[in-house]
Design a protein around this ligand. Structure first.
Ligand code: PHE
Length: 347
């Protein structure tokens, strides 16, 4: 027959459990509140532990029953709170997953894609044509020595091309290259013949008006081998220009002068705008001047240490902006440098 003390204790334990359950229910969605409740009822100084002190005053038999009752309350309360905490955590995880959910079926966002500038497109096209003819691509520095830009190209000290008017000088001996021809010298000094090279790049001249910009692009083309003649020059130029402008484009050679070629020629194509009838672009002549060319001068071969009795070669150089304007019918050079997207997107 249990004593009154035990019955009284069990009923108080019961009361404590009920009270705690009400607290837990009230705090069901608040993790911190649940942890507080846990401390309050289950902590070392908590409500349930306080019953342990009373065990001393009970008989051995009652003590066992009381201990079991205390443990039961402790276990069920623990189970309840842990269950709630676990549920809370689960809910938080579900919410986070919901929020971060990715719809992998949504169409992707397109990034705006740039495109090649028309000048670069023409350069690429020129390069492709010459690669097809077995030429390699070489480059040289834009800041160049007087020697490569002028001296080795047989441009004497008093030649007008050296005039301060035309050339940007860095120092007395260093300048911004005025053409891509110095790459001829660099390459021929680097390798022995036969050579077949194209050298695209930027060049600089003190020139600025409607048809000139201080920086523009050139492509240099040259070839050296045994037995290279003007006929090869003509053949390669025909292949090249007709590849660029169409096979129905006649060429015309006019005698000209460059210090680094002999003989020299200026090469025209029939006007691509009016097909020779005469228009504003060709100044009613029906022809368009397109590049300078010639057979490499023996003095140039001497500069690079090639035996000019054995080797011969041709070279030509052209302005890329001019080609781009003719090819795409652009009537103002400045359009190529303004980077107006409405203009550039047309190519
Ligand atoms: N370098 C010359 C120029 O800029 C073009 C050219 C190159 C002419 C090669 C002949 C041979 O005008």
């Amino acid at each position: 027959m249990p004593g009154r003390a035990l019955l009284d204790m069990k009923s108080r334990l019961d009361g404590l459990l009920k009270e705690a359950v009400v607290c837990v229910e009230g705090a069901a969605v608040d993790k911190d509140a649940l942890l507080d409740i846990k401390v309050r009822y289950l902590g070392r100084k908590g409500g349930v532990s306080s019953f342990l002190k009373e065990l001393a005053s009970l008989s051995a038999e009652e003590r066992k029953a009381a201990g079991e009752a205390i443990n039961q309350v402790k276990d069920s309360l623990e189970g309840l709170i842990e269950g709630r905490l676990a549920a809370l955590e689960e809910r938080a995880r579900t919410l986070a997953l919901e929020k971060e959910r990715l719809d992998v079926t949504l169409p992707g966002r397109r990034f705006p894609l740039g495109r090649r500038h028309p000048v670069m497109q023409v350069m690429a096209e020129i390069e492709a044509i010459f690669r097809g003819l077995g030429f390699d691509v070489a480059e040289g520095p834009e800041i160049e020595h007087d020697y490569y830009n002028f001296e080795a190209l047989n441009i004497p000290k008093d030649h007008p091309a050296r005039d301060m008017q035309d050339t940007f000088y860095v120092t007395e001996d260093v300048l911004l290259r005025t053409h891509t021809s110095p790459v001829q010298i660099r390459e021929m000094k680097r390798v022995k013949p036969p050579v077949r090279i194209i050298a695209p790049g930027t060049v600089y001249r003190k020139d600025s008006d409607v048809t000139h910009t201080p920086m523009f692009h050139q492509v240099e083309v040259f070839m050296v081998d045994e037995g290279v003649t003007f006929a090869h020059l003509k053949g390669v130029l025909t292949q090249f220009l007709q590849g660029l402008f169409g096979t129905d484009t006649p060429l015309r050679f006019r005698p000209s002068f460059f210090p680094f070629t002999e003989p020299s020629a200026e090469v025209d194509i029939r006007c691509v705008i009016c097909k020779g009838a005469g228009c504003r672009v060709c100044k009613a002549s029906g022809w368009l001047e397109i590049l300078g060319a010639g057979m490499i001068h023996p003095e140039v071969f001497k500069s690079v240490g090639y035996d000019y009795e054995r080797w011969s070669g041709f070279a030509f150089g052209l302005g890329v902006e001019r080609i781009a304007m003719l090819k795409y019918g652009i009537d103002d050079l400045r359009l190529l440098f303004e980077n107006d997207l409405r203009f550039l997107r047309q190519f």
